[in-house]
Design a protein around this ligand. Sequence first.
Ligand code: PLP
Length: 547
Amino acid sequence: MVSEHKTANANFESLLRIFTVPEGPDSTLTRIEEELSRNLNQFLREHIVAEEKPLKQIEKDFCDARIPDEPVFVSDHTQHLLDTLVAQSVHTASPSFIGHMTSALPYFMMPLSKIMIALNQNLVKIETSKAFTPLERQVLGMLHRLIYGNDDSFYQQWMHSAEHSLGAFCSGGTIANITALWVARNSALKADGDFHGVEKEGLFKAMRHYNYDGLAILVSERGHYSLKKAADVLGIGQDGLVLVRTDEHNRICPDDLQAKITELKARNIKPFAVVGVAGTTETGNIDPLQAIARICQQEQCHFHVDAAWGGATLMSGNYRHLLDGIELADSVTIDAHKQLYIPMGAGMVLFKDPHAMNSIEHHAQYILRKGSKDLGSHTLEGSRSGIAMLVYASMHIISRAGYELLIDQSIAKARYFADLIRAQADFELVSQPELCLLTYRYLPQQVKTAMHQADSSQRAQLNALLNELTKFIQKKQRETGKSFVSRTRLNPICWDKLDTIVFRVVLANPLTTNEILHSVLEEQREIATLAPLLMGRIERLTQQILA
Ligand SMILES: *Cc1c(COP(=O)(O)O)cnc(C)c1O
């Protein structure tokens, strides 16, 4: 490499060069670009989980807090990035990486994302985004129509209206949930008489004006932790997030929801929003949305659906009925960076009523003038990238029909895996897949029998050992195995609601084959034999119980 003999130096002339479009096919940058694409392709083709290097050791490559005084050549630095960063990152695209909602991307994202970076539009205002703004509004319109299914004239009227907004694009489901609950809070504590609204006077005066002793948001005990953050930043307080009981399928119990609301009201606490979960993060189950909608209507509370993960299911004509009732929600969160296969940073919140977001409208003189179509007046975030163009592109390139196939195959695969687990004598399916997510654990036949026959103290004891085993297997598989599943903690009703550690699998990657699923179980069974002491303790307790 030429650069080995030269050193880069900081002069204005070479600085100008890095801002200039590279000329010709032989330029250094063009060469680097091609090489990088080759390298990344190779990285993405290697369908194995990277050999684990302890984080402590990786940290050594990133421990210098000094900003370099002198520049280096791009080519040298590219090599540095390949060695220290790319080689030690996670193969989220690997077909055997089935533990998280982050999966492979369609390849066309790589070249198309260059448009986004190259043009560097800022969606906060029209002056820095022009056509990207109507494009983003159209994407929001598409998702709105997917959920609420209004007719064309509705979208003609509202989609591009300066005074209205069908929703907001944001970095992810967390911000989308906060935005929805922000709107809900501000409408619950709106201006009234000589009170100018919570957005002007703050929560303290709002509570005094409305004569409440507190506010509450209700969600099932399987709700996402982002709602806790929302309760915190909106001034409700984390205790204001009230958790409602779930049934044996991890779905909210409407009776308990109603009871909790009544209880809160008796304590003069205003339940201003209920969140239904459409695809829980841990088990993928969907709350009975229609039943929640009925309660919200009676109680005049904002109905938000957190469909960050499961919302993509609406793309399938065969499975969208699982989310029946979502069209009754006042607002809905959808993450395009989950099962819509868009790169990270593409969250959305949609509002049924085009006026709803007026309660959080902000204006500023130099930017976001009133009556402008600037998206920034309705978003929590300020400067934002043009990532909506990637959603726009996949809606065209993949289309609804393509997404339907993707969703359907993912659910079919989860059902296949569930059947496979059920057919094994030494595994237990803990939560059945409603969408493409399921949980299970390693549980040898005899131990299962012992779990059933044990008294409650023995059962808790045995279960604790099984938790150790599940943790061991998951960790070992992640570190040394050919595949990755995640783990979480559930409280299955069939096991006295004991804290139960389970493997969690998300089958979104279309390249994951049935063979891979077979080998995941095979591998886990083998790893269990690597813990003879633990297995011995489980065995002894099992014999003791069965004796
Ligand atoms: C992923 C997820 C979120 C959070 O979304 P981020 O994009 O990670 O901020 C919220 N709710 C549910 C149900 C999710 O699955």
